[in-house]
Design a protein around this ligand. Structure first.
Ligand SMILES: Nc1ncnc2c1ncn2[C@@H]1O[C@H](COP(=O)(O)OP(=O)(O)OP(=O)(O)O)[C@@H](O)[C@H]1O
Ligand SMILES: [Mg+2]
Length: 370
């Protein structure tokens, strides 16, 4: 039974630490004359509510197997006329209590309807339907606009008490799930990072394979030399790039001497080298405006092949790194084409030089001594 002008408060919470925190806050209120008790479980709370033992109840949302919402519903069905404050803020209970202590929020919420705090038309409509049906509904996701403008994800549970006279009662609980949502997002982020890590590991593996291949190319022993005309080697290289040449509408100009210029070569390897140069030239040129010039010439002691394009050219600061493995300026380039090219030409006793002007074009000149 209630005594004198003491305010008797019950804190219904299965966690004793929470009880102490809430109690401390309440006791800080000046001029208060409080008796504050702890009720640790659902049933003892119901018994006390039935006996009208307290003026005010604070109840935690989580109560072992039951929830504060169920307690609220049962209390209402017992025609409990004492205020019951449900604590739903999982993140920071202290703030909840403080807000209630100040009484500010409650005061400001008076004479307002829930609909005023919901921006989304769809959510308003859904809530209207729930209210029309008069069926208890749990955990509807809605977004509530906070005083400071922040929109918070919340779960709304609604229960109807139809036998309450003279009016029906509707209980609503809004559970702020901002922190839970944030934790979910952090979890998704962590999963994405893990996926990236896997990708990087796979890439590293691929690059390893390519390096091994590249090292293979530098083994001079692997080459099988036979006599081939340079014209034939260049034509086969160009024909490998036919599709790309047609796709980009590139004009190809060939300047070959009439008589075949034969060199000692591993034909398939040299074709790889020249195809790489042709493909780089194609990639440097604009569709519809490309002109590719392939020339073969003979001097007294040297045969020269030149592959010239009118593409975007190479900035001077790139020139010294061009033949290094993994040097690339392309989004999807590996930067291995010229490195491979260099090894192949070198193992044929040849040299490779570059002349280039930005926005004018590039010329790759390969020379073989005869
Ligand atoms: N004809 C060219 N015109 C302009 N830049 C070129 C030309 N040839 C090569 N380059 C520059 O040299 C870089 C290295 O070329 P390389 O062929 O080694 O690698 P990549 O073409 O970038 O990639 P990959 O050949 O492995 O696909 C290129 O990224 C580009 O910046
Ligand atoms: Mg390349």
């Amino acid at each position: 039974m209630l005594k004198g002008n003491q305010t008797r408060i019950a804190i219904i919470d299965d966690d004793e630490d929470d009880y102490f925190i809430i109690k401390d806050y309440i006791q800080e209120i000046e001029d208060g004359n409080f008796v504050i008790d702890w009720l640790s479980d659902y049933q003892s709370a119901i018994d006390k509510i039935k006996a009208k033992a307290y003026h005010l109840y604070f109840v935690d949302y989580r109560l072992g197997n039951e929830t504060g919402l169920e307690l609220l519903q049962e209390a209402a069905s017992m025609q409990c006329d004492r205020p019951i404050v449900l604590l739903t803020g999982k993140g920071n209970k202290a703030i909840d209590i403080k807000a209630m202590q100040e009484g500010a929020t409650d005061g400001e919420l008076l004479h307002h309807g829930l609909f005023e705090f919901i921006n989304e038309e769809k959510q308003k409509e859904m809530l209207h339907q729930v209210l029309e049906k008069e069926e208890n509904t749990n955990d509807i996701e809605i977004e509530i606009q906070h005083q400071d403008g922040e929109v918070k994800p919340c779960l709304l549970s609604v229960s109807f008490q139809k036998d309450f006279h003279p009016h029906h009662l509707i209980h609503g609980i809004i559970h702020d799930i901002t922190n839970i949502k944030r934790a979910e997002e952090a979890n998704i982020q962590a999963q994405k990072l893990a996926a990236n890590e896997r990708l990087i590991r796979i890439l590293a593996h691929e690059i390893n394979k390519i390096i091994t291949e590249l090292l293979d190319l530098t083994k001079p022993l692997e080459l099988k030399f036979e006599k081939f005309p340079l014209q034939e080697i260049l034509d086969e290289s160009l024909s490998l790039a036919t599709d790309r040449i047609n796709l980009q509408h590139i004009k190809v100009q060939k300047n070959y001497p009439d008589s075949p210029l034969e060199i000692e070569a591993d034909k398939s390897k040299l074709i790889i080298a020249f195809t790489n140069l042709v493909i780089n030239a194609i990639e440097a040129m604009e569709t519809g405006r490309g002109e590719l010039d392939v020339s073969i010439s003979a001097l007294s002691n040297v045969y020269t092949v030149s592959i010239r394009d009118n593409g975007k050219g190479i900035p001077e600061e790139y020139l010294s790194k061009l033949f290094e493995p993994f040097f690339t300026s392309k989004k999807n380039g590996m930067g291995l084409g010229l490195a491979a090219c260099y090894s192949i030409i070198e193992s044929h006793g040849g040299t490779i030089q570059v002349e280039s002007r930005v926005n004018k074009g590039s010329n790759f000149i390969v020379s073989f001594s005869r």
